[in-house]
Ligand binder design. Structure first.
Ligand code: GDP
Length: 728
């Protein structure tokens, strides 16, 4: 038995690639092959923050372990996050992981961690960070298994093809169940998951991990409660059968997917740990396989080997396909391969107002390098920006850097005119990368500045906050002139108000949260709009005929110009489109935004002298309203996906209450000593839910919810919704 001090990194899999760009090393502090941009994504409370904290600790970026419940973790920057104990803002943190052997011994590997928020009110943050990651650790709670938000994050990761490792955390908790967690990943996520590191024991008897590939045990020393000292031993007799079975399952699963390992398996040739790992890496990167690691971040068991798995199995910037964008004018497809010598291309994925440094723009370099003093080009604004300062966040320190290389993540200080999702590139080679997509807000509230002074500052504050957060919207109510803020949930809006107060010193009163209803049409219809004023002097003449039909759900509003023979001259088509875009913001049922409709501009007429853009825009608005009235319009409401975790004895009450709330009950499953109840419930019925279930279950049930989709408001409730709106 030998005592091993962490971190020990197994590098065998990546060595061949590492040789290729040895030239790079002299310029850059970290070899590109060993850069990993990863996210840690999970359901709230599964343990992302604690896991991130431990990775920073073992990498030497921080010297003291922070605990979430003490409010000291470095990723939770914002005061209010500390207070609430949830991570609201995705912070990009860089750390160095030490290679302890192999050709890169002594050379540090770079791990950039994007701490993605677990609370569903902040899905935009998750989407945004997934866009710039190469791989992710999905953290699960070993007692709860797959929870609704883990499912959402998983689906989002699928959408962006992000390879994953699953970390089944909290194996020390009473009721921890590794098998159940794996099972729920297979059932609910349809994931091809197989353990590479099993937990050794559980609950109070969690001792460490079992390395399935090398058939070894990793046993943490009781003498060091920070988990820095562990021993590698043979697998204890009583665990041998489990490890053998896990090994056989793993080899079979990889053989099924991977030709190289499959061939060895068929020919009954030896499969070395290196070959098996290489196979796992290939299949993980192809998104066909998910290696699973069990452990406990809080009890400091298993985090080092989790990071080893990140290096072993998750792709680096060179392993992923080149970023794809388009030429801003011609829309021609352009690729931006990871290469320090390529033309500069990067994506600004996060804006942050730092109280000390000012406005920070976090960006990921896809191609080329960026140095202090360089000028970048923003194709959205057609503006150039000079880079005067570049920094990287290392735990709670802001480290000035001279150059940021391809595949890396850093922050620019002090540039203006930029929003989340902007591409920054070389002016001679402009490219627009596809920005992340964001869900629609489901809740809104009116806000009013308390004093005149607040009023002046409020505009600036709201503009800045909406630049930072694409799911946060600000607009003025058409009838009342009130300022309305809209977002992804009550907590989201509460935090925005809190930030307005703390960071911008704006005090505002808020109205009651309102549901963001929508409208859509259910039948095809034609519409005509005319604006004709020709009495004396220069008149107005616009005339537009449209056809509309429902779009499938989620497709949004689409507009097509089908005018032939110049009945509406080409130069007025953009004005017609603008009119249509404006018209759909105020539907004909209750003035709510219309979604999922297609509109063809089919005909119209013009006047040589009196026609102008404004006349066509207004005519188009009239035409849309006319058509929508005939197109059987309906009111839609946001439906939330709700999961309750409750002790069984309260299950009946919880179900009864969900029924009263117009909930559709889905799966009911037992998870450890709790029952998980899934339901889809209209958001309108969810106000005050936290208090209600607390009293129903004597505080022993918990729930989480997230926006799912929009559904038609039942006919008998429409009048009430509209009345409520009128008395707002
Ligand atoms: P996040 O919301 O996913 O970032 O989760 P946190 O890291 O904030 O953890 C939520 C709570 O679970 C905190 O009270 C942690 O101390 C606790 N926690 C995290 N990891 C573990 C673990 O491995 N075991 C146990 N028992 N508790 C944990």
């Amino acid at each position: 038995m030998s005592a091993v001090a962490a971190p020990a990194v197994n590098i065998s899999v990546v060595t061949d690639k590492a040789k290729i760009s040895a030239v790079n090393v002299k310029n850059r502090p970290f070899p590109l092959e060993w850069t990993r941009n990863i996210g840690i994504a999970a359901h709230i409370d599964a343990g992302k923050t604690t896991t991130t904290e431990r990775i920073l600790f073992y990498s030497g970026a921080v010297h003291k372990m922070g605990e979430v419940h003490e409010g000291t973790t470095v990723t939770d920057w914002m005061e209010q996050e500390r207070e609430r104990g949830i991570t609201i803002t995705a912070a990009a943190i860089s750390c160095a992981w030490n290679a302890s052997c192999g050709p890169w011994k002594g050379i540090k590997q770079r791990i950039n961690i994007i701490d993605t928020p677990g609370h569903v009110d902040f899905t935009a943050e998750v989407e945004r960070s997934l866009r710039v990651l190469d791989g992710a650790i999905a953290v699960f709670d070993a007692v709860a298994g797959v929870q609704p938000q883990s499912e959402t994050v998983w689906r989002q990761a699928n959408k962006y093809n992000v390879p994953r490792i699953a970390f089944i955390n909290k194996m020390d908790r009473v009721g921890a169940d590794f098998e159940m967690s794996i099972d729920s990943m297979r059932k609910k996520l349809g994931a091809n998951v197989w353990p590479v590191l099993l937990p050794l024991g559980k609950e109070d008897y969690l001792k460490g991990q079992l390395d399935v590939i090398n058939k070894k045990a990793i046993i943490y020393s009781d003498s060091d409660d920070q988990g820095s000292v562990y021993e590698i031993t043979d697998v204890p007799e009583e665990h041998k059968a489990i490890v053998d079975k896990a090994y056989n399952d793993l080899v079979t699963a990889i053989s099924d997917l991977d030709d190289e390992v499959g061939m060895l398996f068929l020919e009954e040739k030896p499969i070395t740990p290196e070959l098996l790992k290489a196979g796992i890496r290939r299949q993980t990167m192809a998104n066909k396989f998910v290696p699973v690691v069990g452990g406990s971040a809080f009890k400091n068991k298993g985090v080092q080997y989790l990071v080893d798995a990140v290096i072993d199995y998750l792709p680096g910037p060179l392993d992923i396909p080149p970023a794809v964008g388009m030429e801003p004018d011609t829309h021609e497809k352009i690729e931006a391969p990871t290469d320090d010598n390529g033309t500069f291309c990067s994506l600004a994925f996060k804006l942050w107002s730092d109280p000390f440094v000012g406005k920070l723009v976090f960006f990921r370099v896809y191609s080329g390098t960026l140095s202090k003093g360089d000028t970048v080009y923003n194709p959205r604004t057609n503006k150039r920006e000079r880079i005067s300062r570049l920094i990287q966040i290392q735990a709670d320190k802001r480290e000035d850097i001279d150059t940021c290389y391809s595949g890396d993540i850093a922050a620019i200080v002090g540039i203006r005119n930029i929003t989340t999702g902007d591409t920054l590139c070389d002016e001679d080679h402009p490219i627009l990368l596809e920005p992340p997509s964001f869900p629609d807000p489901v809740i809104s509230m009116a806000i009013e500045p308390k004093t005149k002074q607040d009023q002046e500052k409020m505009g600036v504050a709201l503009q800045r906050l909406s630049e930072e957060d694409p799911t946060f919207k600000v607009f003025t109510h058409e009838d009342t002139g009130q300022t309305i803020i809209a977002g992804m949930g009550e907590l989201h809006l509460e935090i925005i108000r809190d930030r307005m107060f703390r960071e911008f010193k704006v005090d505002a009163n808020a109205g009651k949260p309102q549901i963001a209803y929508r409208e859509t049409i259910t039948a095809p219809a034609d519409g005509e709009g005319k604006l004709i004023k020709q009495s004396g002097g220069r008149g107005q003449y616009g005339h537009v005929i449209i056809k509309t039909h429902p779009n499938e759900r989620g497709k949004g509003i689409t507009i097509e110009n089908k005018v032939v023979g110049g009945n509406i001259p080409k130069e007025y088509i953009p004005a017609c489109k603008k009119g249509i875009e404006e018209a759909v913001l105020n539907g004909v049922v209750g003035g709510y935004q219309v979604i999922d409709a297609h509109i063809d501009i089919v005909d119209g007429s013009y006047h040589d002298v009196d026609s102008n853009e404004l006349a066509f825009k207004l005519a188009a608005i009239f035409a849309v309203k006319d058509a929508f009235k005939k197109a059987k319009p309906v009111l839609l409401e946001p439906i939330m996906k709700v999961e309750n975790m409750t002790p069984e004895e309260y299950q009946g009450d919880i179900l009864g209450d969900l029924n009263r709330r117009r909930g559709k009950i889905g799966a009911i499953e037992s998870k450890g000593n709790l029952t998980a109840v899934q339901a889809e419930v209209p958001l309108a019925e969810m106000f005050g839910y936290a208090t209600a279930i607390r009293s129903l279950s004597k505080g022993r049930s918990s729930y989480s919810m997230e926006p799912s989709h929009f559904e038609q408001v039942p006919q008998q409730l429409v009048a009430a919704v509209l009345d409520q709106r009128d008395t707002k």
